[in-house]
Design a protein around this ligand. Structure first.
Ligand SMILES: NC(=O)c1ccc[n+]([C@@H]2O[C@H](COP(=O)([O-])OP(=O)(O)OC[C@H]3O[C@@H](n4cnc5c(N)ncnc54)[C@H](OP(=O)(O)O)[C@@H]3O)[C@@H](O)[C@H]2O)c1
Length: 429
C-alpha cells in the first residue's frame, strides 16, 4: 500500500471543482499511472452551499481557508482561489509551515512570485505554477527546466484566450466589440468584470512570469507596459486586412544588449504568420534562442479541464518529491538584469489618416516622418473626392519618435485626422 499524501484546496470554482472531481472520483486512474495515493483533506470556498456540479463528501468543505492551510494532514496546498488577497498570505503561510504549494494564480505569481519562491526555498518546499500561464499548455516547466541551458532571446505570443476570442469574432464576422464581449460573458469565456482581460492586465502578468523564467531576471507584473483591445474598431481591422494583416493581442518579451523589455499590446501580424491562424481561446507562444532557433507552444490557454491537468501535473511532481524526500530547493534563481523602457524598442507601425485628396499631400507627410527619422515602408491611398483615407506602414521605429511624428502630422493643414496608430509585427526587412 502506497503512502498517502494529503491535499488541501483553496478554492473550488472553475478549475478547483474539476480538480476535486479528479482527485476524489478518478483517484484510481491517478494511482494506477503514478503509484500515488492523493487524498483530499479539505476544500476552502466562500459559499459552502453553492452547487459545484459534483458531490463533495461531507466534512471536506469549509469557508475558513486557514483550516486547510493549518491542517497538519495536508502536505500539498492547491491554490485555485485567484486574486492577491487573501491568496498571497495563505500561500506564504502554507510554505512557511512546510507545505508544498501548487498555484494557478498568475496575478499572484507576477506580483509576489519572487518573495513566495524565496519563502519556498527557505522552507525547503516546492512552489509550482505551471497552470499560471497558458492553461493546459506546458510552458513553465520547459522554460525553467528543459530550456534552463539556453540563452533565450525572446518569448512572444498570444496568452489571453478571452481577447483572442473577441478579436477573432470581430475580424471574421464583423461583430462589434461590445456585442462580442457581452456574448463571451454569457458563454463564460469572459469574466463579469472583463477589465483584466480586455485591458491587457492578465496578459501582462503572464508575460512577466514568462520573461522572468526565460531571462532569469525578475520582471514584476508592474514593469510590463500594456495596452488593451478596448480602443480597436472594425475600421482598424478593415485597414489591417487591406494590407495583409490581422490584429492580435501580443505579449512580447525581448532580451537584447540594451536590456529586457516586456510589453503587451494589440499588434498586427501578417495573415500568413502562424500566429494569425491562432483562433478563439487558443494560446500560442514562440520561444527563441540561438541554439534552439524557434519553439512553438500552443493549445488550450484556459478552461477548467485543461487547466486542472496542468495543476495536477504539479501536484504529482510535488507528491513524488515529498515521497522521495527530495524537495527541490528552488528550481529558479533570478540574477539582476537590466530592464529597459519598452517605449524605446523599435517596431513597425500602421497609421490610418484622413487627408486632403490633392497633389503634394504625400510630400508634406513624408517630410514630417523624415524630420523624426521614421522611414516609410509602404503607402496605400483611397480617394473619396475632397478627402482620402491614407494607410501608411513605417519601417521599425521607436514609439517616442513615431508619436512625435504623429502629433506633428495631426497639426498639418492637409491632415484632417490621424485616425489610428497600430503596431505591426513581421519578419520582413
Ligand atoms: N478559469 C480558467 O480557465 C483558468 C485558467 C488558468 C488559470 N486560472 C487561475 O486559476 C485560479 C482560479 O480560477 P477559477 O476560474 O477557478 O476561479 P473561480 O471560478 O472564481 O473560483 C475561485 C474559487 O475560490 C473560492 N474563493 C475565492 N475567494 C475566497 C475566499 N476569500 N475564501 C474562500 N474561498 C474563496 C471561490 O469560492 P466560491 O465557489 O464559494 O465562490 C471559488 O470556489 C485563478 O488564479 C485563475 O487566474 C484559471
Amino acid at each position: 500500500m502506497s503512502m498517502q499524501i494529503g491535499v488541501g484546496f483553496l478554492g473550488a470554482g472553475t478549475v478547483g471543482s474539476v480538480l476535486v472531481r479528479r482527485l476524489i472520483y478518478e483517484s484510481d486512474a491517478i494511482a494506477a499511472k503514478t503509484g500515488l495515493d492523493l487524498v483530499v483533506r479539505g476544500i476552502a470556498v466562500r459559499d459552502r452551499a453553492k452547487d459545484r456540479g459534483i458531490v463533495i463528501p461531507p466534512g471536506l468543505l469549509t469557508d475558513r481557508p486557514s483550516e486547510v492551510v493549518d491542517d497538519p494532514t495536508v502536505q500539498i496546498v492547491i491554490e485555485v482561489m485567484g486574486g492577491l488577497d487573501p491568496a498571497g498570505d495563505l500561500v506564504l503561510r502554507a510554505l512557511e509551515s512546510g507545505k508544498a504549494v501548487v498555484t494557478a494564480n498568475k496575478e499572484l505569481m507576477a506580483s509576489r512570485g519572487r518573495e513566495l519562491l524565496a519563502a519556498a526555498e527557505t522552507a525547503g518546499v516546492s512552489l509550482l505554477f505551471e497552470a499560471a500561464v497558458g492553461g493546459g499548455i506546458p510552458i513553465i516547466r520547459p522554460l525553467s527546466e528543459s530550456l534552463a541551458g539556453e540563452r533565450i532571446t525572446s518569448v512572444l505570443g498570444i496568452v489571453n484566450g478571452t481577447t483572442n476570442y473577441i478579436l477573432t469574432r470581430m475580424v471574421e464576422e464583423g461583430v462589434a466589440y461590445e456585442d462580442v464581449l457581452a456574448e463571451a460573458q454569457e458563454l463564460g469565456y469572459a469574466e463579469a468584470d472583463p477589465t483584466a482581460d480586455v485591458g491587457g492586465g492578465d496578459a501582462a502578468s503572464k508575460a512577466a512570469i514568462l520573461a522572468s523564467l526565460a531571462f532569469g531576471t525578475w520582471v514584476g507584473g508592474s514593469r510590463v507596459t500594456r495596452e488593451g483591445i478596448e480602443g480597436l474598431g472594425t475600421e482598424d481591422f478593415e485597414s489591417a486586412r487591406r494590407l495583409g494583416y490581422t490584429p492580435k493581442l501580443l505579449a512580447i518579451a525581448e532580451d537584447s544588449s540594451e536590456g529586457i523589455a516586456v510589453r503587451v499590446h494589440p499588434t498586427l501580424v501578417p495573415l500568413d504568420h502562424p500566429l494569425a491562424s491562432v483562433r478563439g481561446a487558443t494560446n500560442a507562444v514562440f520561444v527563441s534562442g540561438p541554439s534552439i532557433g524557434e519553439l512553438l507552444f500552443t493549445g488550450p490557454g484556459a478552461g477548467g479541464e485543461p487547466t486542472a491537468t496542468a495543476v495536477l501535473g504539479d501536484v504529482i511532481t510535488s507528491a513524488r518529491e515529498r515521497l522521495a524526500g527530495t524537495q527541490v530547493k528552488s528550481r529558479i534563481r533570478f540574477a539582476s538584469g537590466r530592464l529597459r523602457d519598452p517605449s524605446g524598442v523599435s517596431i513597425k507601425w500602421l497609421l490610418r489618416m484622413t487627408v486632403m485628396d490633392r497633389p503634394g499631400v504625400l510630400a508634406q507627410i513624408a517630410a514630417v516622418f523624415g524630420r523624426h527619422e521614421v522611414s516609410i515602408k509602404s503607402v496605400w491611398q483611397d480617394g473619396r473626392g475632397d478627402e482620402a483615407t491614407l494607410l501608411l506602414v513605417t519601417h521599425e521605429s521607436p514609439e517616442g519618435d513615431l508619436h512625435l511624428a504623429a502629433d506633428e502630422l495631426a497639426g498639418l493643414e492637409v491632415v484632417s485626422a490621424v485616425d489610428s496608430i497600430m503596431r505591426v509585427y513581421d519578419d520582413e526587412p
